[in-house]
Write a protein that binds this ligand. Sequence first.
Ligand code: FPP
Length: 237
Amino acid sequence: MTIVLPRHVAIIMDGNGRWAQEQGLPRVKGHQQGVVAVQSAIEAAVQHNIEILSLFAFGQDNWKRSSNEVRSLFELLWMSLKREMPQIIKNHIQLRFIGDLSRLDQPLRTNIERTQQLTAKHTGLKLIIAINYSGRWDIVNAARTLVQKVQQGEQAGSVTHEQFAEQLALSDLPDPDLLIRTSGEQRISNFMLWQFAYTEFYFTSIYWPEFNQQTFVEALQTFSKRQRRFGLESSAS
Ligand code: FPP
């Protein structure tokens, strides 16, 4: 049987806190274990020749968490970036960040920019990390740019959805084919609202720290059995 693979997989990594709580551990331990799961997801994506892997690491709503937790999350991100650089280079991974990075500390932003530049020409997996991202933010940004164009003389009535999409983050890449969300929650929590228009969703009840290559394969197998219609009629007789 030929397996139809997704080109672009997006993941909402959820359940770090609950996993830690159930083990009687502080929430930060859940996030630490979450980084191990991130490594598994990247390895699985590379192994299965996935072109693009997008991870929702920090949403704009996550600022509502305690300042301690927010600090630990950014520290973890910083440390992981530093530690994983040799692997990223060895595997020719192109690393890109999406979201409003202006709210991050300058040293982290500098590190992010350097990493993006350093890996920009890499031809392996495109790894997208969403930080301080939200789907609504992305759409509002695109709308603002188009309003400016209209003010400069472009006809508002002739703006197409393709032109709108050109202003979004990741406009140069295909939309996600598959979204994986862990922890049993079945919602998209302001992730890629526009880009998920025709995405297949895979929800699993395991917590993110328990995610491993096997879970990734299960999601791929489920995806492979889905019939994607993009508005066309069913091919079943
Ligand atoms: C959700 O669990 C997880 C997050 C908000 C953060 C995900 C971040 C990492 C795994 C660490 C660093 C990331 C990278 C890309 C290196 P939760 O805290 O919402 O869990 P809960 O719903 O059980 O409380």
